[in-house]
Design a protein around this ligand. Structure first.
Ligand SMILES: Nc1ncnc2c1ncn2[C@@H]1O[C@H](COP(=O)(O)OP(=O)(O)O)[C@@H](O)[C@H]1O
Ligand SMILES: [Mg+2]
Length: 232
């Protein structure tokens, strides 16, 4: 579904992604783990078109989407939930969701129904301002907003960051539920254990290069991953 080939991305003279190859197959949850500054967010932003790669290709099916504008990438079915949520605090829940549907595909009512089914709390709070929601509810709203575009591939950047443990497990369960409805997921997480547990496959990113890859289980069992990322 997504095939990332020899991607390089820089911030001016700073090279953040130095030639990475990754594949995300249809129906999978794939996680990308790595320390702070490894290049995880840069990788997601390159896929979603916020950053332009200096080299390489990103195939979505047969189309090379590398370097296209973010809105045309959303229109082709790839949506990102950014790190730190970035919901619109002065818009209501429903207005935030409408913004998500703006560039997307599919029928608004049907999609809204699906998002409210995943996150009943958003329906309850639909007239409330985004800024008045709890951290966990804001993360649900950020995910719900991305789903309003009806993506085939959802890119999630640190969805569990800063959330209470009970909310973290709820978010991870929901990611699994979204995936079981047919959405392919690329998940960036510092919470490597929880991410790998629910992932079909994973990649480890260090200093802008992929150093390890394998099934979620293989990575959880790997000595290197256990020492560097699971604190064992
Ligand atoms: N806007 C920016 N300008 C310059 N360097 C940046 C910028 N954003 C990130 N970087 C650098 O790129 C590297 C990768 O960052 P990032 O992709 O945010 O890592 P991660 O998401 O894995 O924590 C880091 O060395 C970071 O300092
Ligand atoms: Mg990041």
């Amino acid at each position: 579904m997504l095939s990332i080939e020899s991607i390089h991305t820089s911030y001016g003279p700073i090279s953040a992604i130095k030639g990475i190859d990754m594949e995300v197959r249809e129906g999978e949850i794939v996680s990308l783990i790595g320390n702070n500054g490894a290049g995880k967010s840069t990788c997601l932003m390159t896929i979603s078109g916020i950053l332009k790669p200096s080299q390489g290709s990103i195939f979505l099916g047969k189309n090379n989407i590398a370097g296209l504008s973010p809105h045309s990438i959303v229109a082709q079915g790839v949506c990102q939930v950014p790190e730190g949520r970035r919901i619109f605090p002065r818009l209501t829940v429903i207005e935030n969701l409408e913004m998500g549907a703006f560039l997307g595909r599919g029928d608004f009512g049907t999609t809204l129904h699906r998002v409210f089914k995943l996150f009943p709390i958003l329906e309850e709070r639909r007239k409330q301002y985004g800024g008045t929601l709890s951290g966990g509810e804001q993360q649900m709203l950020a995910i719900g907003r991305a789903l309003m575009a009806n993506p085939d591939v959802l890119l999630l950047d640190e969805p569990s960051l800063g959330l209470a443990p009970i909310m973290v497990s709820k978010i991870f369960r929901t990611i699994q539920e979204i995936n079981s409805e047919g959405v392919t997921v690329l998940l960036v997480e510092q919470n490597a254990r929880a991410a790998l547990k629910l992932s079909h496959r994973g990649y480890v990113l260090e200093n802008g290069v992929i150093t390890l890859s394998g099934s979620g289980k293989d990575l959880l069992d790997s000595e290197e991953v256990r020492q560097a990322y699971l604190g064992e």
